[in-house]
Ligand binder design. Sequence first.
Ligand code: ZN
Length: 247
Amino acid sequence: MTPAALRPLAERLAAMAWPRRCPLCGALLGPDAVQGLLCPACAPWAHKLAHIPPRLTAAAHELYALTGAAAAFYYGGPVRQAILACKAHGRPWYAQELADLVAVRVFGAAPPPAPGRRPAFWNPTGIPLYDLIVPVPPRRGRGGSRLPQQLAGRLGRVLGVPVQRPLTVTRRMRPQKSLDRAARLQNTRGAYACRPGADLSGLRVLLVDDVITTGATASACALALLQAGAESVFAVSVAASEEEDLS
Ligand SMILES: [Zn+2]
């Protein structure tokens, strides 16, 4: 067997050794887990906060340099708490379930049959949707989060798309949450670049972040990817915060 073929087995053994937890509340997931990913108590929240349709509109978000963007949830309630917990404590066991929820809700993957199993993504055309998955890189200094990298790694395994990290941060940025829309665009413009020699010629890239608010970060990253030759960039996140929720 190839190493790739052994990976699902390794994931099942890991799930036995480290039981999976509900990404929204941290409770251990048992046989009653909803879609194998959420505890029954959190399922109504996931339903309430679902971003339907997942596609983000250009009216509510700044999507320059992107062909589009999508999110699994609105940024609120336990979804917001889960993302903050991942960022503050680096809880990688939450990232797996959050990425799986994105695969199910945004890309239509079949939910896993039990906690710790992988969602089944089946592409009937056999033509890959994307050539490459790229995470938004952590901000410099304190508060830089590796959650996008963790999400991208898992999403790559579920969707069967390779993951690379060509993006770097070129300068310090102020925390986006303290800024309004115009200042966010100013803060991020030109703040990302691809590593020297990165060649993304002709590649359709899926950019992964944990939260999309104005879209300024995703758009600035997309611009850097296009400058390295990417054919197109679509952004996906666990959660989206619309303009009116910015406070
Ligand atoms: Zn829960």
